[in-house]
Design a protein around this ligand. Structure first.
Ligand code: UDP
Length: 344
């Protein structure tokens, strides 16, 4: 018997597709909506190959209120939403702020407005450790101060958290779990789904694996003069499957009437890792060399941030489990699969 019907917006994207797999494997029915602006409908085939179940798929943008209303009319009985749909390129958001505010905030508002009328109990929202900016103290807890966002993209995350909080404070009969992700990396071990960057990757792991396979000449490590043990930036890299499982736990809490109406959790490992350590671990885990050079600092980068995940561990009942070497091997397997498939 199904445990519930979950709407996954942005469900053909990187985090959405992995979460759809974990939801299906945990006994939920999944409805995906995605406008395919940064992903492909083939991802639904990958989800089906892994799980043996084909989720319902709707192509459309939740930024359009009519699309959202039609979605709920055609898929009655949705119990909860996980909202991944958003524009996510930090640099682009600086150049096109209005597009980012319009798209990301309209998506959220349209979904929130349709929840109560359609009997939807709760929404999981993808927030980010960017809300902590450059923290004064690491690791950061959920009580660490929120810093002014350094990009319109980052600001959409902060505003979205406030929109949800205000809606619930006003008496809207819905619940929310806000997950503040640290740095998601890796792929499903089957290499059926993974991260598919558009153009030149901005994030470390896709750039690294594309360099390892020879698509890029060298990885530039941005800055080696930071105030960290080896001079490179420190992040908390979280395995994509572990992250996907955090969403399943969040849905369970939304559907449990005894939990608070709104909760916020950091989703990280609790370990800070430098860029250099990550490159070294990749080389050890895969036996593949990654040509790299030290380059100038990248503007806007945070020197160091990692999570205190105690609240997620103790209250959400979730913990990061995948060893880093395994995560990096999965990322590499995915890059090899893309080559096999002639995609990259
Ligand atoms: N980074 C790097 N070279 C790259 C891409 C990223 O050295 O080609 C570094 C970046 O400076 C940061 C870390 O890798 O310290 C993670 O960057 P990413 O863009 O993946 O995530 P962010 O933490 O910036 O959101």
């Amino acid at each position: 018997m199904s445990k519930g019907k979950i709407l996954v917006t942005g469900g053909t994207g990187y985090i959405g597709s992995h979460t759809a797999v974990e939801l299906i494997n945990s006994g939920y029915d999944v409805v995906i909506i995605d406008d395919l602006s940064n992903s492909s409908a083939d991802v639904v085939d990958g989800i089906e190959r892994i799980t043996g179940v084909r989720p319902a798929f709707v192509e459309g943008s939740c930024a359009n209120p009519h699309v959202v209303a039609k979605l709920f009319a055609e898929h009655p009985g949705i119990n909860a939403i996980i909202n991944f749909a958003a524009s996510k390129a930090v640099g682009e958001s600086v150049k096109k702020p209005l597009l980012y505010y319009r798209n990301n905030l309209n998506i959220l508002i349209n979904l929130l407005e349709q929840m109560a009328p359609n009997g939807v109990k709760g929404i999981v929202f993808s927030s980010s450790c960017t809300v902590y900016g450059e923290p004064d103290i690491n690791p950061v807890t959920e009580q660490s101060p929120i810093k002014k966002a350094t990009s319109p993209y980052g600001n959409t995350k902060q505003i979205a958290e406030e929109i949800i909080t205000d809606a619930i404070a006003s008496g809207e009969p819905i619940k929310s779990v806000i997950l503040r992700y640290f740095n998601p990396i890796g792929s499903h071990p089957s290499a059926e789904i993974g991260e598919l960057p558009n153009g030149v990757p901005q994030n470390l792991i896709p750039y690294l694996t594309q360099t390892a396979i020879g698509l890029r000449e060298k990885l530039s490590i941005f800055g080696n003069d930071y105030n960290t043990p080896d001079g490179t930036c420190i992040r908390d890299y979280i395995d994509i499957i572990d992250l996907a499982r955090a969403h399943v736990k969040a849905v369970e809490r939304l559907l449990d009437p005894s939990t608070p109406q709104i909760e916020i959790f950091n989703i990280g490992t609790g370990n800070g890792l430098s860029v250099k350590q990550l490159v070294d671990t990749f080389e050890e885990a895969t036996g593949v060399k990654v040509p790299h050079v030290y380059a100038d600092r990248r503007q806007g980068d945070i020197e160091q941030v990692w999570a205190d995940p105690a609240l997620a561990n103790n209250v959400l009942g979730w913990k990061a489990e995948t060893p880093l070497a395994e995560t990096l091997k999965n990322a590499w397997r995915w890059q090899l699969r893309l080559r096999e498939r002639g995609i990259m």
